[in-house]
Design a protein around this ligand. Structure first.
Ligand code: FAD
Length: 420
């Protein structure tokens, strides 16, 4: 498939999070053909799983909806979901990219009426909620999903269940004959906006993730607090759904540690301050302990830090957590840390612990195919002629900075595509 309009080469954007979406609309709105390739069944990336954005604490949908509208109304953008780039060949200015599209088993006729989900009995762990609950195998990824279209999990496709889902659909939208297919795109430049993955907290053996029932990670906390999350927004502890009367946050769970992530993820302090606020809003009597090495709040986000500091129920303790264990009778979590200010060991017993794990670039695990892409030692993308990073693929960033960064990446990609 060759797209070449008005003498301008096309741009391939890999990753449909806020950075990829921004780069796509910015480039398309000045007249460039854009192919936006996203591996999940929906656009929005990690940001749509956040309950509220700091610093304004607004829901992620507000900014996203405007972007989805811009995509829908722009014929120059082609969106491919459940899609991955499997091969890139050719020089800058004339790349050939092969993209494999996984079958969704639901076509464009879908109205998201939900009838297939109603008749489906098989359940799978909900990927949107990091597996904290289960959903039907015929599912809408989340209620604001773009595209607003169901997905059939492969496990039910060649079963009676798949046939039942197909028969329940009044719009002929369930297509059980779909198979993976590969297309080729000719593009002049590539924007890599593949974002980040949470650091695997189970690798930090002293912090109890995976062994202590009531230790969760910060991304899980976002889902627990969200109205469309596994507990419908009630922040309760996983072992017994008990309300949270006291909670500890462990900053730098892996970050700034040569054994795990040697860099600072930049947003985790603000995320924990925000999550402390979620808890305090829901439980006005709850005690919050935040253990930190340094509290970092970039730019005007300092105001947010100052606001949370003013809450006498939020205790900020400078000290790295040494040990997290479980009281076998109550399943409370016991946290021990060296309090630097007090010069002694601080020990608290809490209902729940949140590990503020950091951001690992997705390209650490999965590199962009071909010879052209370059990375730093931590796996973040480095710009090279014709291939440009955007958002957290390039460095840890908050949403606003990812948007700015992606706009810059769009400009670089446009410069490479002019006249190609
Ligand atoms: C706990 C926590 C809370 C946060 N809260 C806030 C907040 O309140 N406010 C704020 O401003 N920021 C917050 N952030 C930061 C925010 O999540 C990021 O700024 C944002 O996700 C960056 O967007 P992105 O598009 O660069 O990456 P992502 O959101 O990771 O999007 C990348 C996209 O690329 C796709 N992808 C990955 N690999 C491939 C591939 N090989 N092929 C195709 N597609 C691929 C992914 O599926 C995803 O859709 C928080 C971060 C954390 C850890």
């Amino acid at each position: 498939m060759v797209h070449k309009e008005n003498g301008k080469g096309a741009i391939l954007v890999i990753g449909g999070g806020i950075a990829g979406i921004t780069a796509a609309v910015e480039a398309a709105e000045v007249g460039y053909q854009v192919h936006l390739v996203e591996k999940e069944p929906f656009l929005g990336g990690r940001a749509v799983r956040i309950n509220q954005y700091f610093p304004k604490l607004c829901p992620p949908t507000c900014g996203m909806e405007i972007n989805f509208k811009r995509i829908k109304s722009n014929p120059l953008i082609t969106v491919y979901t459940m899609a991955e780039v499997v091969e890139v060949t050719g020089p800058p200015g004339a790349y050939a990219a092969k993209v494999t599209l996984r079958p969704r088993y639901v076509n464009g006729n879908c109205t998201a009426c939900g009838k297939c989900g109603e008749v489906c009995r098989t359940e799978i762990p909900d990927p949107f909620n990091y597996g904290m609950d289960r959903i039907k195998a015929a599912y809408l990824p989340h209620e604001m999903a773009f595209p607003m279209r169901y997905v059939l999990a492969p496990e039910v496709v060649r079963t009676d269940e798949g046939t039942r889902c197909q028969q329940a659909c009044a719009y002929d939208a369930v297509d059980l004959a779909m198979v993976p297919r590969t297309i080729e795109l000719r593009v002049a430049s590539i924007i890599v906006a593949t974002g980040w993955e949470p650091y695997d907290a189970a690798r930090i053996d002293n912090l109890g993730f995976g062994t202590v029932a009531n230790v969760i990670s910060n991304v899980m906390m976002e889902r627990l607090a969200a109205a469309n999350g596994p507990t419908h927004g009630r922040i309760t502890r996983p072992s017994d759904a008990k309300e949270v009367k006291n909670i500890a946050f462990c900053q730098c769970a892996g970050q700034r540690d040569e054994n795990h992530l040697p860099f600072c993820s930049g947003v985790c302090c603000l995320a924990s301050l925000k999550q402390a606020n979620y808890v305090r809003q829901q439980y006005p009597d709850a005690d919050v302990y935040i253990f930190y090495i340094d509290l970092r709040a970039m730019g005007r986000n300092e105001d947010f830090l100052t606001k949370i500091k003013g809450d006498e129920k939020v205790r900020l303790i400078k000290g790295k957590i040494a040990k997290v264990t479980e009281d076998p009778n109550t399943l409370d979590v016991i946290v021990e840390a060296e309090s630097i200010a007090a010069g002694k060991i601080a020990r608290v017993q809490v209902d729940m612990v949140v590990l503020a794990t950091g951001m690992v670039p997705s390209t650490y695990r999965q590199k962009i195919p071909g010879e052209g892409a370059r990375y730093d030692d931590d796996g973040f993308l480095l710009d090279s002629p014709g291939i440009y990073g955007a958002g957290c693929a390039k460095h840890p960033l908050d949403v606003a900075s990812s948007v700015q960064d992606a706009t810059g990446a769009a400009l670089k990609a446009i410069q490479s595509a002019v006249g190609r």
